[in-house]
Design a protein around this ligand. Sequence first.
Ligand code: AMP
Ligand code: GLY
Length: 425
Amino acid sequence: MKVLVIGSGGREHALVWKLAQSTKVRKIFCAPGNAGISTIAECINIKPDNIEDLLTFAKYEAVDLTVIGPELPLTLGIVDAFEKERLRIFGPNRRASQIEGSKAFAKELMRRYGVPTAEFRVFSSIREAEEYIRLKGAPIVVKADGLAAGKGVIVANTVDDAINTLRLIMKERVFGEAGNRVVIEEHLQGEEASFMVFTDGKTILPMASSQDHKRLYDNDEGPNTGGMGAYSPAPVVTRRLEKKIMNNIMAPVIRGLRSEGINYKGVLYAGLMISDGEPIVLEFNARFGDPEIQPVIVKMKSDIVPVLESVVEERLSEVDIEWDTRAAVCVVMASEGYPGKYRKGDIIEGLSESIKLDNVIVFHAGTEIKDGEFVTAGGRVLGVTSLGMGIKTAIENTYKAVSKIKWEGVHYRKDIGRKGLRIKD
Ligand code: AMP
Ligand code: GLY
């Protein structure tokens, strides 16, 4: 079969890498892809939000299955557009992807179905929001309602900070229409974890748990980023906790949506705070997490194609997924300046030596080929991923591979996975 993957990051390289191992797949296209992806798939120069051209392309090439990486095309209704033309596509439709596209929608949904989440209120008036912040005090969390490229959440340590943020979002419109409404919520403490499931709207199949590292520097210091590394499984997600996540979070959300006429098909990602052994939802995403998918997918032993197809065809109950019992770690290597303005165009050295190591896969994010060499072309550049018996070995294997790779101004965290060592496997 012919498959089209949409997106250009480490997540999409991981998907393409996994799809390429399927005996069912004959040809993979990726729009727009990156330099790493271009070594195993044909990259097509169409942007993920250009639904019309993507649709024309998929029809022309008779693509059998399209898989969506990022959230934007989902919230723009790419799934609805493809389904209308009877093309098979993996991902939630426009209404279902509101769970990520509108934080107010997600929070109100959770309230309706008793899903544990931080106490909150939604405001479209800046004056009322300000009053509420003054009433509640700090620390407090201010979230733009709509998509803001991962930058729309501010944890404010003072009331002044929260009110300044509110003005930036609602008055100066730094996130445009995403700031028409805000969610103001209680600040939670605990340890974060990511939990992703496949669902066809009825059956829910969990993936291996994982943990992201959002801050730029070691020991969770510095600004928030898209994610500086991840590992899987996350020992903080015990079996008991996984049961709670499935029964008290995933099931009521999928069932609740269904009772409201929304059949959620695709991946549902819950960003969780584990507080006193209880999982509390910080956010939902309507897609695979990045970098989380990188360590999770290398642990997936089963062919991914039957899983994706059975979601699309609403027969996920027929499928099982086998997971590697080893641990996996992914370290993100980023350009100098990221997550702000970053350097580009530096030659990446040592790639070929790193991939010679056993069980090492280097997923590309922001890379390009220039004069026959791989060069940096984005903020997050590579996701160096490796497997090992237990987290400690996986960490060692991954950092051994990382140490072979160099470019001018490269930055990466040195403590990815360390949190996983505190708790026994
Ligand atoms: P989100 O995009 O909603 O996951 O938020 C991004 C990051 O902000 C999360 O990964 C947390 O680190 C932090 N965050 C979001 N909501 C809260 C909250 N209610 N309490 C504490 N931290 C939060
Ligand atoms: N790593 C966080 C996300 O994918 O949203």
